[in-house]
Design a protein. Structure first.
Length: 186
């Protein structure tokens, strides 16, 4: 099922903690990610900067939607030589919609997402988490909410993760490229 979120038509992908998102499964090799991503569009594979010596070599796989004029990737997947696919980032504009227990996570105004996350937590007697940057999201260590500038607005860009080699938490596993969304540090 596809629907509009204001900017681009987006597919709905399911999230399963510690398993994966949509057709992508944590632990996949580069070739497996490229093959699975073909459901969405064309891929481009590149090396990631090796900012931290404790991590094995890592690759970034950008998935661009078919039929869309040149645009940012809809999904960016990160694959470590040691653990395979460990991080999947959904673009705030072009990425697939992903929900967490009915809470839409992709492309949301961050203050609205926070309000909805608080309401969800209160209604279900659950918890929510804040990132060190102050973004609210589900209390799931595999979901990190990041901010992405879309014009003048800051929208949600969720990352779905498992820990990678040499890291203690998903936050420690964050690819350095994700600190610089839209070419800006966040």
């Amino acid at each position: 099922m596809a629907f509009k979120t204001g900017v681009a038509e987006q597919d709905e992908w399911s999230y399963s903690p510690a398993v994966g998102v949509g057709p992508l499964r944590f632990g996949m090799s580069i070739d497996e990610v490229v093959e699975a991503a073909e459901t969405l569009g064309q891929t481009k594979v590149s090396d990631c900067a090796r900012d931290h010596a404790i991590f094995s070599p890592t690759w970034k796989i950008e998935v661009h939607r078919r039929g869309v004029a040149p645009s940012p990737p809809a999904v960016t997947a990160y694959v470590s030589q040691a653990v395979g696919l460990f991080c999947i980032a959904a673009d705030a504009v072009h990425g697939p919609q992903v929900a967490y227990h009915g809470l839409q996570l992709v492309g949301r105004d961050l203050s609205e997402l926070e309000s909805d996350a608080i309401a969800y937590a209160e209604a279900t007697d659950a918890y929510l988490r804040y990132t060190p940057e102050g973004y609210a999201g589900p209390d799931d260590p595999g979901v990190l909410i990041r901010g992405q500038l879309v014009g003048q607005d800051l929208r949600s860009r969720p990352l779905f993760m498992v820990t990678r080699d040499g890291a203690n938490t998903e936050w420690d596993s964050l690819p350095s490229e994700e600190y610089r969304v839209n070419g800006q540090s966040s």
